[in-house]
Design a protein around this ligand. Sequence first.
Ligand code: ATP
Ligand code: MG
Length: 473
Amino acid sequence: MEIEKSYIISKLSGPVFDVLTESADALQLETYIIGGFVRDLIIRRPSKDIDVVCVGSGIELAQEVVNRLGKKANFAFFKNYRTAQVKYQETEIEFVGARKESYSHDSRNPVVENGSLQDDLNRRDFTINAMAICINKDRFGELIDPFDGLLDLDECLIKTPLDPDITFSDDPLRMLRAIRFATQLGFFIEYDTFEAIERNKDRITIISKERIVDELNKIVLAPRPSIGFELLEQTGLLSIIFPELVALKGIETKEGIGHKDNFSHTLTVLDNLSQTTDNLWLRWAALFHDIGKARVKRFDNKLGWTFHGHEYKGMKMLKNIFQRMKLPLNDKLKYVEKLVSLHMRPIVLADEEVTDSAIRRLLFEAGDEIDDLMSLCEADITSKNPEKVKRFLYNFKLVRSKLKEIEEKDRVRNFQPPIDGLEIMEMFHLPAGRLVGELKSAIKEAILDGEIPNEYEAAREYLLKLAAEKGIA
Ligand code: ATP
Ligand code: MG
């Protein structure tokens, strides 16, 4: 690939770049923009963050840049890493002095010394990330590309600059980064690099869960996340970080009857959903929606393969998985649990007669998540039979319009029964206890079944009648 210097220069205009050049020249520091920003500039991919390397003190350069940018710039300094960060409007610029890193096998942390630009590029993860553009005035826009990153960009290849076994063993997170870039950019992992991931996969266990999840989130948020999960599976990394997903793989046949491969089905659902939403947690829910299937799979002589209760089993597995992966155990877990546990409900509804009371119950249980649940269910239709797909989509449309109609009429989404426990206790002079709970839930059931409207007076009347029947009042 040829890249015009004039194109590069045209992309480096504006106050930030002007100040970078002035500061670097004033301090007489050889200075480069490096890494992801250079890569993205060449493939015309938007990128916000700028990484700057100078041969000398990155901190001093950052300080000079802040002084020149004035009050609107913020400065932060990370002593342990000897890096500095400057924020100016929407742009984040990271400064570091060119460094050389050497790893020893028994320590995770490298010995870091000052080095040349070449040393600095040697320690980078992939050839496409190991390019630099000089921003000193006399060499402004000059591209440094010692590992033919341009060529690999052209050929859509992810390849380590040095021996991949060394690159991956030094920092095993790079294996996940390789897969993440392949997924985000739609690139291929070069053969030797791929084989080295297979050989070094077990070293991923020395990496913290937080760093792993950062990369996984980026894979999940990519345009076609399935690319990443296929690669994770093929390299053997998935068995280490997500054995529950690998357990979904494969087709078993008994008495001539097979079932679908639930791993590839799951990935198709995730890809489908990714076309309609960028909601990270909704995408995670798609990845986990059938996670319980491997554990409840049965062969029944009459029914063939069944996965009864997989949505409930799957929901129950999530807390453990979230805990292990250090995914957030707060409302995000609750949200994913809800979607996984309810994901069969609209399908059952669409398959049978869509009654008002079934719709009301679904609305009540899904609450604000109802639209996300419907999106998940629509993405879940992966049948290869076009007639079947058409029928399901049509039925879901019916369910959606019914949902809207019932919600407008009865407002049952997130509803609280119009009479609470305290009021029930006062009405019938009852102590707190099981009976109060029963009366309260009888009101809720009557509203969901459509016996009474979701209103105070109606609920009160219903309650008095019920109490009389039970001989309470
Ligand atoms: P993005 O910002 O889109 O995630 P990026 O390539 O900018 O992509 P960063 O994590 O911001 O990735 O890192 C910036 C640069 O630092 C990379 O392009 C690469 O040159 C280098 N780099 C980052 N992490 C590593 C690593 N673990 N090993 C080697 N080099 C790395
Ligand atoms: Mg970056």
